[in-house]
Design a protein around this ligand. Structure first.
Ligand code: 0O2
Length: 226
């Protein structure tokens, strides 16, 4: 039995949460709902990719996908990006202005697998390609290579469907190895070594590009392809 001197949970909540906190909770709920939608979109695109990989494998063709990773952008990174863009920090603004809250990284063995995967994804009825950035044909000056797609897919909820955008980065094992190390530079303070490191990373990127090409040629020769 509740002691009359004890404050009930509902009273405590009522006293603790002011009008301001109602708004805070409302926004937090909206933010969580949006992140749930991005998570659902990731699951849909990931499943599509896994099905394609399984199907090709059953047909006796080599798997074009080595592995798939995914992530939801962290709130701090979302806030930094919106601030940099000069956009408001609201749930509506996240949905309208950011294309990479939901991110999928697809790692392929060979360069030709990257284009095969992207074509198969693009060919699906419910996938709309919003943008493509081909940093393999047009590498960044620092040597970064990868194939980026922003795709939109409808996600079905209990009472409605919503088109959600997902960033898909497709790259070879070697490109991924390079990008992972290079990405660490972003979080390091400049030091006297930085210029030299940037130059050596560019050299590594060039070696990796040649190696990716060579491995693909060798694969063709092993399978006696024309
Ligand atoms: P994080 O921490 O990986 O999320 P946009 O997203 O189109 O508004 P941008 O930068 O024009 O902005 O898009 P782009 O060029 O397609 O790059 C998006 C993502 O690709 C980056 O996300 C990185 O993950 C990756 N990327 C692009 N350039 C480089 C690079 O030079 N080195 C490495 N290691 N990764 C790169 P974020 O949000 O910058 O970072």
């Amino acid at each position: 039995m509740e002691n009359s001197s004890q404050v009930s949970a509902s009273e405590l909540v009522r006293d603790f949460f002011t009008d301001d906190s109602d708004e805070f909770i409302d926004r937090a709920v909206q933010f969580n709902q949006l992140m749930m939608k991005y998570n659902s979109a990731i699951r849909e695109v990931k499943t599509k990719l896994e099905i394609l990989n399984d199907e090709l494998s059953l047909r006796g063709e080599s798997n074009p996908i080595e592995s798939i990773q995914s992530r939801i952008k962290k709130p701090i990174s979302i806030a930094k990006k919106l601030k940099k863009m000069g956009k408001p920090l609201t749930v509506e603004s996240i949905f309208e202005n950011l294309n990479d809250v939901a991110g999928i990284r697809v790692i392929c063995p060979f360069i030709e697998d990257i284009y095969r995967v992207s074509e198969m994804l693009e060919a699906q009825d419910d996938v709309t390609v919003i943008t493509i950035k081909d940093y393999i044909k047009n590498p960044k000056p620092n040597g970064y290579r990868s194939y980026h797609m922003i795709v939109e897919i409808p996600v079905f909820f209990s009472r409605y469907k919503q088109p959600m955008r997902v960033e898909v980065q497709i790259r070879t094992v070697a490109m991924d190895f390079w990008a992972s190390l290079e990405h660490q530079l972003k979080y390091k303070n400049e030091c006297p070594e930085t210029i030299q490191i940037v130059q050596e990373l560019k050299e590594c990127a060039d070696v990796i590009a040649q190696t990716d090409e060579k491995m693909q040629q060798l694969r063709h020769r092993i399978h006696c392809d024309k």
